[in-house]
Design a protein around this ligand. Structure first.
Ligand code: SF4
Length: 279
């Protein structure tokens, strides 16, 4: 049996960086360490962080006084940062630099008089964080929602980093002709689409596909959908212990992929388990 890991799989740059920061802060901090919400959608990682003393709080006010508070890769609003500072917490910013770029872009657009349109999912933490940097911004999930955008001379558009580029194209083409000046900054991060493309290629050759990642992770579920469409024997697992021998029966090629919040050690554990079960 051949075991192949997709060319692009697992933790993206922003998540890897946030995890590294969390581990470093946990090792160096003298007091309690919290993350604002779970650091990533991966229960095994959240458990292992909790064992090293890093626990999640929902609001800055819920943190232990004097604690260190780690901001997640998705980013937060300036208002949340201000509340954390007011609560006397030491903030460590693990916001992904690509998300930071979106914050800086919308701030500049708002300052320069553009009506800011954020193309993305309403209520998603990243989108909420972005809107905090341009409070008048309008969030649209698709071209159908363009009725929400007020009439304006200048419109500036950015996207949630994980947006499908097709949606951005549709929204932008719907905006053409609705204003004198349309400025579009394509803030989509390639990490998600690269993982989907690599998974699709592998799934179309594999007899069995294993997709690793938290069940609460939207990007992992999406990867599992992409694989299921090409390989009937696709299984979404959170960790190696869930894999059953019967899944691997008669398989010549087992493909493995993982969501953007799955660290490398979990991918290695799945490879090892497949090797053991097929020995
Ligand atoms: S998906 Fe892209 S933008 Fe989001 S955390 Fe990962 S690297 Fe950063």
């Amino acid at each position: 049996m051949q075991i192949v890991v997709a060319q692009k799989a697992g933790a993206c740059f922003g998540v890897g960086r946030a995890l590294e920061l969390a581990r470093r802060v946990a090792a160096e901090a003298t007091g309690p360490v919290h993350t604002l919400g779970p650091l990533i959608h991966n229960p095994a990682v959240v458990d292992s962080l909790a064992k090293s003393g890093v626990t999640a709080v929902e609001q800055p006010e819920d943190a232990t006084p004097g604690a260190t508070l780690l901001m997640r890769a998705h980013g937060v609003t300036p208002e949340v940062e201000a509340r954390a500072a007011e609560a006397g917490l030491t903030c460590v910013d693990a916001t992904c630099p690509y998300v930071k770029k979106v914050h800086v872009t919308v701030e500049r657009m708002a300052r320069e008089g553009y009506v800011v349109v954020v193309v993305g999912e309403k209520g998603h933490p990243e989108v909420e964080g972005t809107c905090g940097h341009a409070p008048e911004a309008v969030v649209v999930g698709s071209a159908e929602e363009l009725v929400l955008v007020p009439k304006a001379k200048k419109i500036g558009v950015v996207a949630q980093t994980t947006l499908e580029r097709r949606v951005l194209r549709e929204v932008v083409s719907g905006l053409i002709g609705r204003c004198e000046e349309l400025r579009v900054v394509d803030t989509i991060c390639e990490a998600t689409s690269e993982r989907q493309q690599a998974a699709a290629e592998l799934a179309s050759k594999a007899d069995v596909m294993l997709v690793i990642g938290g069940r609460g992770s939207a990007n992992t579920r999406h990867l599992a959908d992409v694989c299921s469409g090409r390989c009937e024997r696709t299984h979404h697992v959170e960790d190696a212990s869930e894999i059953e021998q019967v899944w691997l029966a008669d398989a010549e090629l087992v493909g493995i992929t993982a969501g953007a919040s799955t660290p490398a050690d979990q991918i290695e554990a799945v490879c090892a388990r497949v090797r053991d079960l097929s020995a």
